[in-house]
Design a protein around this ligand. Sequence first.
Ligand SMILES: [Fe+2]
Length: 400
Amino acid sequence: MFPMLKVVEYYTPQKVVFGVNAVDNLERYIKDMGITGKGVIVTDPVIVQTGSAERVSQALKKEGFEVVIFDQAKPEPDDIVCDQAAEFARKEKGDFVIGLGGGSSIDIAKVVAQLLVLPGKTADYLVTTSFPKKGAPIIAIPTTSGTGTECTMYSVITFAKDGIKGFFATPYILPDLALVDPTLTVSMPPKVTASTGADALAHAIETMMAKQENPLTDAIALKAIEFIAEALPVAVYEGNNLEARVKMAYASMMAGMAFNDPGIVEGHALAHTLGSVYHIPHGVGCAIALPYVMEYNMGHCMEKLARIAVALGQNTAGMSVREAAQAAVYAVKQLLEDVGLPTTWAPFGKKEDIPKLADMMVNCSWITAFYGWCKRTMTKEAAVELLNRSYEGRLGEKLY
Ligand SMILES: [Fe+2]
């Protein structure tokens, strides 16, 4: 209610480099930071195939860095793949870790950097969501525009034993260097562009509805929303459009910077619930949840939603604040549908599952952890209502 009276904590990577072809000078940025020795690149087979892993290796070798590649990262990573990557890095005696790829590769790299200096396995630490100290230097180079993980202190890791999505949340895993080069995102297929872009949009909007929302992160989030509204459909349908890719890369990074401290809210709680049960890709789950969660929070952030409507390109002249706020909800749903994303989970699950899902939303500690960032208290009734609405694709009747 009174954001000016809050104490705000703000973490960012020690260094951020953003720009077209910036990756080709990676060696210089790393050397300038005093990082030396052998680099372990954590990536996936697709990124090797596109030539991006080789591009990074070549840049590093110009300055005499030794480089080895772990190329078995996988989407929605679990603790087992983190352990495999850590084992590889330990055997190779790596000195720093480079996460190259989508959020998954970077999230694995964040864990590997800690396990290079700590004993044991990923699950030993995942249960506490943290590590006891800072590990090896982390360099994050995204090849998608969505998670913003290059600028955050989070790493989402699934427990292999039961499929539940857990996460690390500690400044120790904040990358030392985030290098964002939009040319690395050009090869991303339309579906991945759309779902990752929805994740970035969810970060920007959800953080503005969070308890610790503040002027600093609002400003960053609003600009990210503006870029996504302008550039996401272009990036999806015209993948080679570098200007659209630049705007999406900025938006994803900025949304990551924005939510790093205030956190994200019920949209991610719902997305993680659906993701844990139906294994829906993260960005798709975020797209499904977002419009309903905006409406759910309208009572306490109407003015903000009205400003979001303007950032989304809506003409709100002559509208009441409530009408403008609702215009943001409808504009988000339309934008997501325009890029081919589902805005209901009906294609993935059964309505009869709602009691089980609602139970998870209020009792599973990995989901309820999100509510620490929320203004509203989640109840079983509210969870059932959110699940019903997002299953049926039902928003409130249009006021304008
Ligand atoms: Fe996310």
